[in-house]
Design a protein around this ligand. Sequence first.
Ligand SMILES: NC(=O)c1ccc[n+]([C@@H]2O[C@H](COP(=O)([O-])OP(=O)(O)OC[C@H]3O[C@@H](n4cnc5c(N)ncnc54)[C@H](OP(=O)(O)O)[C@@H]3O)[C@@H](O)[C@H]2O)c1
Length: 333
Amino acid sequence: MTETALTVHQTARPHGFPTAGHFAFVESARPEPTPGTALVENLYWSVDPYHREMMDGDFALHAPLEGRTLGRVIESRDPAFTEGEIVFHRQGWRTHAVVTRDEARPVPRFDGVPLSAHLSILGGTGLTAYVGLTRIAELRAGQDLFVSAAAGGVGTATGRLARLMGAGRLVGSAGTAAKAAYLTERVGYDEVFDYHAGPTADLLSKAAPDGIDVYVDNVGGEHLEAAISSLREFGRIVRIGTLAQYNATGAPYTLRNLPDIVEKSLRMEGFLVSNHRAVQEELYEFVVPHLRSGRVGLDETVVEGFERIVDAFLGMLRGENVGKMIVRARGRA
Ligand SMILES: NC(=O)c1ccc[n+]([C@@H]2O[C@H](COP(=O)([O-])OP(=O)(O)OC[C@H]3O[C@@H](n4cnc5c(N)ncnc54)[C@H](OP(=O)(O)O)[C@@H]3O)[C@@H](O)[C@H]2O)c1
């Protein structure tokens, strides 16, 4: 057991793309649990696009950051915690955390399913995809989908879940040809284009010449405009995120085809997964049997070593991940 702890702080606000210089690793003595708390050694960390949004103001400078993480209770001063127990909590970006029972929930263990799945398809990432398809899109069997940032955490989970739900044609966009091949060969997409290859509207209308019923939007901007043009009457747009904008410094992209939303009776709805926690058990019931049978594989890029968490975060923003970007404690997880 290490006697020191490492914590990542943000040290400056970025303008545009962040760099490693906006962060610092701060070493301290390992924290001690006080009565009513437990000391957790973190094992897996999630790095997420919303952290980039928080860097603009919500993350305090020179203070520990918030992030989803899984860890093992190594010292308990609350009988509600068992030493050795694995918990999920939000004191990420650090090697050790002192948590109360309210802040840390036990993670269910499913035989044959790796722990990391609780940060990918079984965690907030998979829940976002599941809520988007079932509650917002109200997807029905046979309906055709387009998903942007299809090779990321939410995009791969959306593809896997949509296939299980009996979706029709599944079209995606991603940043490289290698990602496109992964999605068609492994995840179940029918066709995926590299969005750098030309105007998105042209690429989408070629990939989905007969149109789409649902657009799962992780990107916004030009992707959203292209999808509005390709949607059929009564189509739905699920607004999940705006990746095209998080690091942009210019004016946001102006959509030119908003009248189509009226003309085609489209419905556009956004949501935050934090308002849908009650759906978590339903997600487990739906997907765990398929993880166990091997019908659904895990889409994860796992970076080894807490000291690489900033690199993993910046790499995720640059598109270096296939599936969910996760950091694993070296030699401990
Ligand atoms: N509403 C909610 O409650 C909720 C919850 C979770 C996540 N989200 C949102 O869901 C989206 C996906 O999140 P995630 O965690 O799964 O991240 P992710 O997709 O695994 O990682 C980010 C990906 O974005 C792509 N990207 C970067 N810049 C881009 C650009 N300018 N245009 C298009 N793609 C770009 C990169 O892949 P390429 O190589 O393909 O460019 C990169 O791999 C984000 O918008 C996030 O904010 C929302």
